[in-house]
Design a protein around this ligand. Structure first.
Ligand SMILES: [Zn+2]
Length: 225
């Protein structure tokens, strides 16, 4: 029998989390099997956003970004970004510039003398923010879900997530156990439950951090590390 589900939307808060930027925190005691957030994508990229061609990836992203609402574009801008990745993405400058030129032409706002540098740099930054915060969608696309993107990883998470509906999908976060008020809500960024400490650490290095969760700390202690 499936466990009964509750809905407690707005029961979580975004707050600074020690050493990890921002995180999600329970505002009240939240029982297990509670839907704590349900949101649609801030920016959704269809499967072609994972194309092997950089130019196509850039075009698909820029189309998605340009068709998003202004509030979703500024919401994306409020997320974390990685300056190193941003530097790498600057190599794609010409693809972004070409997209922008075509976009301005098709919207009738193109002027040959207009300096596009600032607008191109803003697009590159948005692209960097997108990829560092994006989740893989069931159709093999990628999307940023703003609340979910604030959640931090734990190898012993107290919440999980699932997709609902059709692209651009709704993403729901659901608690896996009772979460007391004030505790951080965490998810696992990958399927790590059966992996050993060193295997998990290796996988998590893809996200650019060393996990210091309760489980990792305990296992380090047991191993005398
Ligand atoms: Zn961990």
């Amino acid at each position: 029998m499936a466990a009964r589900e509750f809905k407690m939307l707005n029961s979580i808060d975004v707050r600074p989390s020690e050493g990890r930027g921002f995180g999600l925190f329970a505002k009240a005691n939240i029982p297990a099997n509670t839907i704590i957030s349900s949101e649609t994508a801030t920016i959704y990229g269809p499967p072609s956003i994972r194309s092997r061609s950089d130019e196509q990836k850039v075009n698909v992203f820029c189309d998605a970004f340009a068709s998003a609402s202004e509030s979703n574009r500024s919401r994306l801008d409020s997320h974390a970004w990685n300056p190193e990745q941003y530097e790498q993405h600057k190599d794609l400058y010409n693809h972004f510039d070409k997209w922008l030129k075509n976009y301005m032409r098709s919207s009738g706002s193109y002027e040959p003398g207009f300096n596009r540098t600032e607008a191109v740099m803003a697009l590159i930054k948005a692209y960097s923010i997108f990829w560092i915060n994006a989740s893989g969608t069931p159709d093999n696309g990628a999307a940023v879900y703003s609340t979910f993107a604030r959640s931090n990883h734990s190898c012993r998470p107290n919440a999980t997530w699932r997709y609902r509906g059709d692209p651009p999908y709704h993403l729901e976060m659901v608690t896996e156990c009772d979460i007391p008020a004030g505790e951080e809500v965490t998810v696992s960024y990958d399927n790590l439950s059966r992996l050993k400490l060193d295997e998990r650490q290796k996988l998590l290095s893809n996200w650019g951090f060393t996990c210091k969760c309760e489980r990792c700390t305990e296992e380090e202690y047991m191993l005398g590390l």
